[in-house]
Design a protein. Structure first.
Length: 84
């Protein structure tokens, strides 16, 4: 039987950044899931871990996913510096 272990490749405090990373991964063909506490989303709380959102991928995709996440983060930093 094939191992279906999921690994965290990114986490953020809030849903928006995690959704952007998930979309980037999926557009590159990497399956991704978001893991979060539902109560944090319902109440809009981002304290004590309630706003933590993890992006998970199957273990066999982890290296490719991390490379894409690193690329995404460096793009955001460069874009942010360009605006300043």
């Amino acid at each position: 039987m094939r191992d279906h272990k999921l690994v965290t490749v990114y986490h953020s405090q809030g849903m928006l950044a995690a959704q952007v990373v998930k979309a980037k991964l999926e557009s590159a063909g990497v399956p991704a899931l978001l893991k979060y506490e539902a109560v944090g989303q319902i109440l809009g709380l981002t304290v004590d871990g309630l706003g933590l959102v993890e992006v998970l991928v199957p273990a066999q995709w982890a290296d490719e996913a991390r490379a894409l996440v690193d690329e995404q983060e460096s793009t955001l930093i460069v874009d942010g510096e360009d605006e300043a």
